[in-house]
Ligand binder design. Structure first.
Ligand code: HEC
Length: 68
C-alpha cells in the first residue's frame, strides 16, 4: 500500500497486485508442469515471470522515494 501523500497513484497498487498475481500463476504452472513443456521452456517462463514481479517492486518503491 502507498502512503497517504501518494494516494493519487492508488491505481498503481491495483495494477501491481494484478501483475504479481498473474506472474505467480505462471511460475506455479511452470513448477507444476501444467502444460507439459520441456524443463528449459518452463524455467525461462518462470524466470521471465519473476522479473515482471521484481519490476512491480522497483516501480512502486520508486514512486514512494520520488519527492513528487
Ligand atoms: C504498491 C506499492 C508497492 C509494491 C508493488 C511493493 N512495495 Fe514494498 N513497500 C511499499 C511501501 C509503501 C513500503 C514502505 C512501507 C512502510 O515502511 O511504511 C514498502 C516497503 C518494503 C520493504 C521494507 C519493509 C520494512 O519492514 O521495512 C520491503 C523489504 C519491500 N517493500 C519489498 C517489496 C518486494 C520484494 C516487492 C515486490 C514483490 C514490493 N515490496 C512491492 C510499497 C510497495
Amino acid at each position: 500500500m502507498l502512503p497517504a501523500d501518494k494516494k493519487a497513484k492508488a491505481s498503481e497498487e491495483v495494477m501491481s497486485a494484478q501483475i504479481i498475481d498473474h506472474n505467480v500463476k505462471i511460475i506455479l504452472d511452470a513448477t507444476e508442469n501444467k502444460d507439459n513443456k520441456s524443463g528449459r521452456v518452463r524455467r525461462e517462463a518462470a524466470q521471465t515471470a519473476y522479473t515482471f514481479i521484481e519490476h512491480t517492486c522497483f516501480r512502486c518503491h520508486n514512486i514512494v522515494r520520488d519527492k513528487h
